[in-house]
Design a protein around this ligand. Structure first.
Ligand SMILES: [Zn+2]
Length: 48
């Protein structure tokens, strides 16, 4: 399962936590720039 990392607070969370938010956004601080980390591959996701 891919992990997501918030660029602002650097907390890690997973896809199920994003689904709860119904948006690409950090569940801890609400920041909208998230890094998707999957087996060494890093991808930056920006909402809006
Ligand atoms: Zn955050």
């Amino acid at each position: 399962m891919p992990k997501y990392i918030c660029l602002k607070c650097s907390k890690e969370f997973d896809e199920s936590q994003l689904a709860v938010m119904m948006a690409i956004r950090c569940p801890y601080c609400g920041y909208r720039v998230i890094v998707k980390s999957r087996s060494g591959e890093i991808k930056i996701l920006r909402a809006g």
